[in-house]
Structure formats: structure tokens, C-alpha cells
Ligand binder design. Structure first.
Ligand code: 6PG
Length: 487
């Protein structure tokens, strides 16, 4: 058998896999590729991979035999059972010290399980987030690897060379942490992506439905916003979407698209994790449910004929001022969303014993990924100033920015409410802000209610924390209190 020459192998030649292979090859690595439907390998070799240092393989055995030791094999198949199936096929052909890498949108507990199981077999496992879509995969994605730390040094040069770079050349890829930490961070990235997209849609709804802006006017607004604090990939592509016309009808494409959102589950996982950890993640939760509500299209159409909104649905004010206010509402809400997302990562790191460096995460998201933005540079600076910052809002820069944005933000939420335009993300962000800055909330009453009907006990403001009391509110109950555990 000839000497193996490939630096890395990749299984799964769908959009992301194919583009990652070309990116690796472009950075000087020889890549061996395999796909279950082997005709895909031949097509790839005859087309985009033609004349490149890419070795096509029709079997797992051939792929394994083509790789230099320790073998590094990246799996780019659909998250879930397919990943386990590929791992099971590979394992009998591998040797101790070989490295498997799952680059799909895997649920993080699966990555923890796989890291542990493969470690027992003497194999090393990395579960990595890869963000940036098709173009990112080809030209420089953001890569968020976690898993077995021993696997990182041999993989690092490949990943860091293909990753996106920030202005000073730092790659948007660094070791995140053990077990499922990389996929956890990618999951939160996706949750934040849901939040950003929902906020943009709410801004669009206000400008389009309330002010009557057409696609052309929206294109201009988003173009302007893209040179302000909202400067980001998602604002930029939204601008371009507004500028795109359907070649068949000549109409703005956006106006022809059905208003029902799809989702593959990463946003939902983020919300479930936040509920498990007791961390408010209200904006992302609203973004997930807004997609669910949009999917009830037929029901909504029926309801629209029955349920009435406010009598006056028109806008009467200064249009330019309102557009600027919407920009501020989007901006301030975005700060809330990232504050919640980073707080969630802090809580998960604490819970699982991982160390997640929020500054490093912000840098990894600064370029290459779907949520890339100038704003993430500011977040990186905030965590550089205070690495253990409890909440992004408390950083002086952000706290000042919220002050600057809050009047416009409040005006937008009130106008939206009074005119019947749903802004679940912007309004829940504002409620979170007002809740977080309150030294006293009405939960004293809630505790009284819990104690009234279930003897759940309460603490008192005039006694030490940790001392629990029960009142026999009606005179009919006993004196036995229920236990004081909290979920
Ligand atoms: C990325 C994206 C990507 C995600 C899509 C679709 O970082 O490149 O997050 O991983 O799969 O955005 O997600 P939904 O179908 O759930 O919207």
C-alpha cells in the first residue's frame, strides 16, 4: 500500500462539507473525502475538486488508509443518529490517538457522550460548531471546537488557517472547552442568531406596515443602519434582500415569500437549556415562539377575520424620528439578547465545570459566522475589561449605550403596542431591562400566594437570608410548612 498523504479526511459532501474541503485544500492541506452515495465523490472530483490535492474515496477503509497518523477525520453529516452510524463504521479501522471531529449542528449532550465513549476506546473526539453558511465554509467560517483537549493541538493548525480572521489576523477559532462546550457555544450562537433575525423582522414590520415603506425604502434604511452601531452581516444581507427582485414578476422577492418560518431546533435547545439553568433568555424564547406562531398560518388567516385590533392603526408622527427610534429599539434589544446569551454561557460553564472564556467566544463570533458584527468587537472589549462580568449591561460602554438608546426604544414599543403591531422580542427585551434594574419586584406577593395555598414558605426583608417562614393565612391551615427546595 502506498504511503498515506492526506492531512485530514472528511465524510459527508453536502454543502458545508464540500466547501470546507475546498477551503482546507486552498490552505495547503491534502484532503481525503468520502460520501455514502459514492457518485457524489466522483461528481465532486470531476467538478469543483478537479486538479486539486483532494483524494476521492469510495469506502471508509480507503479513506482511513489515505490519512497520515494521527488520523483526523471530520464528519459533516446530519446531526443525530447519522453521526453515531458513521462513528461506528469508522472505529474498527482506527488506531489509538486517532481523532474524530463532528462539525454538524449537534446537540451538546451528544458531544459529551461521544467524547467520553471514544476516550474509553483510546480515540479522541472533537465536537465543533462551524458557522458561516456555504460562503463561510469556503472562505473562512467561525469555528468553535470543544471535546477532548488532547485532540486540539494536531487539529489547531488546520482549523485556525481555514477560519475567518479579524482585522489584526487573529483567527475566529479557538479551543472552547471540554466535552460538549464547543457545540454548546454554537447552540447559543444559533439562539442569538434567532434573536437577531426576529428583531430585524420586527423592525421591518414596523417600517413596512406602519410607515408603509416599500422594499426600495427599506433597502435604503438598512443600508444606512449598516454603517452605524448595527453594522453586521445580518443587516447587510437584509439590505440586499430588499434590493432583490423576482426575475419572473419583477416584484421585490421579499413580498412574494410566504410568512411561515422553519427551524431546525438549535434555538429551541438554547431556550430549554436556559429554563433548565434558570437563566432568563426571554428574547431568544420569544424569537423561537414567533417562528412557531408564524407557522400557524391557516389559523392566523382565519383569526384575522374575527379578532380586531385597535381602532386607530395609522402612524401620526415624525417619520424620520421614528425610523431612528426603531434603529435604537433594535440596538438596545440586541444588547439585551447578547447579555442574556453570555449570562447563559456563564451559568452553563459553572454548572458543568467547563471554563468558557466569554471574551474568546466574542472574538470567535466577531468574524465568519452568521451573527458577525462590529458589535461583537465591543463585547470582546467589555470582557477584556472585566473577564467575569455578570451581565453585559453592567459594562460601562454598554450601560452608556442603553441610556442613549432607551428613549427611542420605549417610544417604539409604546407605538407598536398602541397600533397593534407585535414586537415580542423588542418588548420582552425592554421588560427584561426594567426587571433587571429593579431592586424590588412584586414577587413578595407571589411568595405570599405560594405560602397561602401550599405552605411553600417565604423569606422576610427584616430577617436574614435563608430563614424561611410560614403563615397560617386563613386560620384554617396547619403550621406545617412544605420543604424549601427550589428547582
Ligand atoms: C450557521 C447557522 C446554521 C443554521 C442555520 C439554520 O451558523 O451557519 O446557524 O448552522 O443551521 O442558520 O438554522 P434554522 O433552520 O434553525 O433557522
Amino acid at each position: 500500500m502506498s504511503t498515506p498523504t492526506a492531512d485530514i479526511g472528511l465524510i459527508g459532501l453536502a454543502v458545508m462539507g464540500e466547501n470546507l474541503v475546498l477551503n482546507m485544500e486552498d490552505h495547503g492541506f491534502t484532503v481525503a473525502v468520502y460520501n455514502r452515495t459514492t457518485s457524489r465523490v466522483d461528481e465532486f472530483l470531476a467538478d469543483r475538486a478537479k486538479g486539486k490535492k483532494i483524494i476521492g474515496c469510495h469506502s471508509i477503509e480507503k479513506l482511513v488508509a489515505s490519512l497520515k497518523s494521527p488520523r483526523k477525520i471530520m464528519i459533516m453529516v446530519k446531526a443525530g443518529a447519522a453521526v453515531d452510524a458513521v462513528i461506528d463504521q469508522l472505529v474498527p479501522h482506527l488506531e489509538k490517538g486517532d481523532i474524530l471531529i463532528d462539525g454538524g449542528n449537534t446537540h451538546y449532550p451528544d458531544t459529551t457522550r461521544r467524547t467520553r465513549a471514544l476516550k474509553e476506546k483510546g480515540l479522541q473526539f472533537i465536537g465543533t460548531g462551524v458557522s458561516g453558511g456555504e460562503e463561510g465554509a469556503l472562505k473562512g467560517p467561525s469555528i468553535m471546537p470543544g471535546g477532548d483537549p488532547e485532540a486540539w493541538p494536531p487539529v489547531k493548525p488546520i482549523f485556525q488557517s481555514i477560519a475567518a480572521k479579524v482585522d489584526d489576523g487573529t483567527p475566529c477559532c479557538d479551543w472552547v472547552g471540554p466535552e460538549g462546550a464547543g457545540h454548546y457555544v454554537k447552540m447559543v450562537h444559533n439562539g442569538i442568531e434567532y434573536g437577531d433575525m426576529q428583531l430585524i423582522c420586527e423592525a421591518y414590520h414596523l417600517l413596512h406596515s406602519l410607515l408603509g415603506f416599500n422594499a426600495e425604502a427599506l433597502h435604503e434604511v438598512f443600508d444606512r443602519w449598516n454603517s452605524g452601531p448595527l453594522d453586521s452581516y445580518l443587516i447587510e444581507i437584509t439590505r440586499d434582500i430588499f434590493g432583490y427582485r423576482d426575475p419572473e414578476t419583477g416584484k421585490p422577492m421579499v413580498d412574494l415569500i410566504l410568512d411561515t418560518a422553519g427551524q431546525k431546533g438549535t434555538g429551541k435547545w438554547t431556550v430549554v437549556s436556559s429554563a433548565d439553568l434558570g437563566v432568563p433568555l426571554t428574547l431568544i424564547a420569544e424569537a423561537v415562539y414567533a417562528r412557531c406562531l408564524s407557522a400557524l398560518k391557516d389559523e392566523r388567516v382565519r383569526a384575522s377575520k374575527i379578532l380586531k385590533g385597535p381602532a386607530d392603526e395609522s402612524f401620526s408622527g415624525n417619520i424620520q424620528q421614528f425610523v431612528d427610534d426603531v434603529e435604537m429599539a433594535l440596538y438596545a434589544s440586541k444588547i439585551m439578547s447578547y447579555a442574556q446569551g453570555f449570562a447563559l454561557m456563564n451559568a452553563m460553564a459553572k454548572e458543568s465545570g467547563w471554563t468558557i472564556d466569554n471574551g474568546k467566544v466574542a472574538l470567535m463570533w466577531r468574524g465568519g459566522c452568521i451573527i458577525r458584527s462590529a458589535f461583537l468587537g465591543k463585547i470582546k472589549e467589555a470582557f477584556d475589561r472585566t473577564p467575569d462580568l455578570d451581565n453585559l449591561m453592567l459594562d460601562p460602554y454598554f450601560h452608556h449605550e442603553i441610556e442613549r438608546a432607551q428613549n427611542g426604544w420605549r417610544r417604539v414599543v409604546s407605538v407598536a403596542v398602541s397600533r397593534g403591531i407585535p414586537v415580542p422580542a423588542m418588548s420582552s427585551a425592554l421588560a427584561y431591562y426594567d426587571g433587571y434594574r429593579s431592586d424590588r419586584l412584586p414577587t413578595n406577593l407571589l411568595q405570599a400566594q405560594r405560602d397561602y395555598f401550599g405552605a411553600h414558605t417565604y423569606e422576610r426583608i427584616d430577617r436574614s437570608r435563608g430563614e424561611f417562614f410560614h403563615t397560617n393565612w386563613t386560620g384554617r391551615g396547619g403550621t406545617t410548612a412544605s420543604t424549601t427546595y427550589n428547582a
